[in-house]
Design a protein around this ligand. Sequence first.
Ligand SMILES: NC(=O)c1ccc[n+]([C@@H]2O[C@H](COP(=O)([O-])OP(=O)(O)OC[C@H]3O[C@@H](n4cnc5c(N)ncnc54)[C@H](OP(=O)(O)O)[C@@H]3O)[C@@H](O)[C@H]2O)c1
Length: 289
Amino acid sequence: MPDIRPMAGKVVLVTGGTGGIGKATAIGLAALGARVGITGRDLARTAQVAAEIRAASGNPAIDGFAADMSSQAEVRRLAAAVLDAYPRLDVLVNNVGGFWAHRHPTADGLEHTFALNHLASFLLTNLLLDRLKSSAPARVVNVSSHVQAEGRIDFDDLQGARAYSGQTAYSQSKLATVMFTNELARRLEGTRVTANSLHPGVVRTNFGAEDQAWLFTVVSQVVLPFLKTPARGAETSIYLASSPETDGVTGQFFANKKVKAANKVANDLEMTARLWKASADLVGMRAIS
Ligand SMILES: NC(=O)c1ccc[n+]([C@@H]2O[C@H](COP(=O)([O-])OP(=O)(O)OC[C@H]3O[C@@H](n4cnc5c(N)ncnc54)[C@H](OP(=O)(O)O)[C@@H]3O)[C@@H](O)[C@H]2O)c1
């Protein structure tokens, strides 16, 4: 069975599609013929990158959506714009995310890493879920990281208010991504909408550039030549978004296009349900919890 298939007639949204792994994912899915929407913070930059993706893929059907997804109001505005633009949505790639060495509060007063890497994708997915269901078979693809393995969800201090470390906040957020994916997959049973998460590899992008730890800066200069290109880093996202091999596959964590064991907490039903409830409360979506 070929591991990719054409995506003509399919509609895909890639968050954080203006750079790095997300842009490469958008190019790959556009080259397969999908209509692709990308999101980024800045309207002009998003439009410019959409034009670059059209040129790189030869596919004119690329749309740019601008929203600062660290803000819940902006995520809600983004979801409304997407629902308005796309009568169907076949694949949602929740790729947006990053690393911040220091604690930054968002417009909602939440810690930035948790808000952007987890809550933004949680909220956006829930707001787009009916559209995904009515387009089924459909897929949700969530970009996590191998650091999910060392993550720990601190329910007493989800916002890192007592103690903040960039690495701890990042690995917590990436474990939250896998837990959210698995709980979503369970909630979507019988809908023909699947949800899987992935580690893209260690990839040469702008990752962490906004607020880098000094050690990270030094190490990244040394390892730079050995990192994956964004195109290689996008391979597992593209595979999960398009491959016939993953038809019906759900609730799994992937790396290098293969199922990998995730942190055991991600398969603890009590913990994933608890995180879902806490996340729903934080985004004001009690009704769906
Ligand atoms: N690079 C790696 O080695 C690696 C490893 C494991 C996992 N990951 C994960 O892969 C994903 C993509 O990372 P990357 O390395 O490609 O990072 P990147 O090059 O920094 O790209 C991040 C993307 O997110 C967008 N973005 C950042 N902050 C945003 C905000 N507040 N609102 C909306 N969009 C925002 C950026 O768009 P604008 O700047 O245009 O707004 C850009 O499109 C992340 O989830 C990351 O955690 C990366």
